[in-house]
Design a protein around this ligand. Structure first.
Ligand SMILES: [Fe+2]
Ligand SMILES: [Fe+2]
Length: 194
């Protein structure tokens, strides 16, 4: 997996090995906190989806999948409108940003495009969720800390403005049963199962 360019990020590139990013102050920045809150919500939905599938509750699984698809689509749009293009204004991140873009494309072609009307859709979900966990962990432990160090105040203002233009997960949260740290539960479950 491509790393952030050497010297630009603390040595915490530990994708998939830590439950959540509480080791630096990047969540103190509102634009990062908003994305990280999205990750919490997405993690909660992933855990619920795994639970429904494990219980063979197909209708419940399909309903949660739809909620997850909406939350994820909004979240990807926010990242692609704000933090990612802001990093692209700087040199040295081309490969890293290309990797993130490819992972977003994979999520759109896979999880977001998944149709519960198709026979056997349930069997495809676990690998897709595992892939998404890896992507979220990369952002939490590489992208966000690096961005905290690299993007200046003017850049964060541009990111925040872009979020406002795109909207995002906040508008999708009515009726949510999410709780802070839900992503940690999902990540922990991911580690426990492989
Ligand atoms: Fe992303
Ligand atoms: Fe993300």
């Amino acid at each position: 997996m491509t790393a952030v360019p050497a010297g630009t990020v603390p040595a915490r590139g530990v994708t998939g090995t830590k439950p959540m990013c509480d080791y630096c102050d990047c969540r103190d920045l509102a634009p990062i906190r908003a994305l990280s809150d999205d990750h919490d919500r997405i993690g909660s939905l992933m855990a619920r989806l795994r639970g429904h599938l494990a219980s063979r509750e197909d209708a419940g699984a399909a309903a949660v999948l739809a909620e997850l698809q909406g939350a994820l689509a909004s979240h990807l749009a926010r990242e692609e409108a704000g933090i990612l293009p802001e990093l692209a204004r700087r040199t040295g991140f081309t490969d890293y940003l290309d990797q993130l873009a490819a992972e977003h494309a994979s999520a759109r072609a896979g999880l977001i495009a998944l149709d519960p009307a198709e026979p056997g859709w349930e069997a495809r979900v676990p690998a897709m969720l595992d892939e998404l966990v890896e992507h979220i962990n990369l952002e939490e432990y590489d992208l966000f800390p690096a961005s905290r160090m690299i993007i200046d105040d003017a850049g964060w203002a541009r990111v925040a403005a872009a979020y406002g233009n795109v909207g995002g997960g906040d508008g999708d949260r009515s009726g949510s049963r999410d709780a802070p740290g839900a992503r940690a539960a999902e990540a922990s479950g991911r580690r426990a199962t492989g």
